[in-house]
Design a protein. Structure first.
Length: 349
């Protein structure tokens, strides 16, 4: 073959390669365009959710956080801290706020990144960091001592607050908490939107859509074996599946095991009354390995195992949670009114 013939064939070979590459390039551009459209749709839905579910409480500006809180009732203060992926509306729908407000000044927070509270990216929002924020908020509200109730991830924040500021926390009510590190294969999947770069893309595009699709399945798992109660229909699902809240939830999923690892040897330091409550059939957290073990490690604790209930015990066994609150309040009152003994003084040093 002559040089002339070789030169004639080169454009044909090059053209064939371009033809093979072109479909992949077209598909890539199309996929990027679809992701961009999805992100815009999710952004629109997130803004609509915020408009449709206006804040019902007030705000505090603390260390760059716009913290949303709700207050009801009068009396001795009690603070409610919700679980991962949730918000004030969960406690409100359960009826627990109204029950507690009959005898307490109830203060409920949207934790950073949830509900109407902001979540600055320059802070690692560990339980300890959130506890410091809550402590500052309570001081702003004129609260020097309070009972503190935490559900699920909120229980870790409640414990961090009690460990850091034991004189502020008169008593703890810990519902469905995760206290000791265990193997959790689901944590990797739940944490994906928290990954750098790719997580940001996922949380703004695919994650909100997937969350909407699997919402009934998720509710069946967290409420099971009990059905989702009709009162929970008031919970604003559209707020929970916003990109910002999905990312906040993913970060907290990623922190779950490391935080339990950091706390597991500190529970014996708790000196205030501790009331532990959990459903016996929790499908998210092993009740015996978590709440049961915590009860064994905290000698002054009481343990309420609620038969036939799952993770959302405050929704499905609201009266039992209210009884745990009364128990903690009574124990805290008795503890503060009795004269200090030498053993007690030594224990607190």
């Amino acid at each position: 073959m002559t040089a002339t013939h070789r030169r004639r064939h080169r454009p044909i070979i090059h053209g064939g390669r371009s033809a093979r590459v072109r479909p992949y390039l077209t598909a890539s551009v199309g996929a990027l365009g679809l992701l961009a459209i999805t992100a815009l749709i999710n952004r629109h839905l997130a803004k609509k959710a915020a408009r449709d579910n206006r804040p019902r409480g007030r705000f505090l500006e603390i260390s760059g956080v716009r913290l949303h809180y709700l207050e009801r009732g009068t009396g001795e203060p009690i603070v409610f801290l919700h679980g991962n992926g949730s918000m004030i509306a969960d406690f409100d729908a359960s009826g627990l706020i109204d029950l507690a407000a009959k005898s307490h000044r109830v203060i409920v927070f949207d934790r950073p990144g949830f509900g109407h509270s902001s979540r600055p990216r320059n802070v690692a929002w560990t339980p300890a960091a959130q506890a410091a924020l809550i402590k500052e908020a309570l001081q702003r509200l004129g609260v020097s001592q309070a009972l503190v109730l935490g559900h699920s991830w909120g229980a870790s924040v409640a414990i961090a607050l009690a460990l850091q500021h034991p004189t502020m926390v008169q008593g703890l009510i810990l519902a469905s908490g995760y206290y000791y590190p265990t193997a959790r294969g689901d944590v990797i999947a739940l944490s994906t939107p928290a990954f750098p770069l790719i997580g940001h893309v996922i949380s703004h595009t695919l994650a909100p859509i997937v969350s909407r699709l699997i919402w009934p399945m998720m509710m069946a798992k967290i409420f099971g074996p009990r059905p989702v109660p009709p009162k929970f229909k008031g919970f604003p699902k559209d707020m929970a599946v916003r990109p910002s809240q999905i990312r906040a939830s993913a970060v907290e999923s990623a922190l779950m095991i490391p935080d339990a690892l950091a706390f597991q040897n500190k529970y014996a330091e708790l000196r205030m009354p501790v009331s532990i409550i959990a459903g016996s059939d929790d499908r998210l957290i092993d009740t015996d390995r978590q709440s049961g073990r915590l009860h064994a490690d905290v000698i002054q604790s009481s343990f309420h195992r609620i038969p036939g209930n799952g993770h959302m015990v405050h929704q499905t066994a609201t009266a039992a949670v209210m009884q745990a609150i009364r128990e903690a309040a009574h124990a805290a009152s008795s503890r503060s009114s009795r004269p200090a003994k030498s053993e007690d003084t030594k224990a607190l040093l």
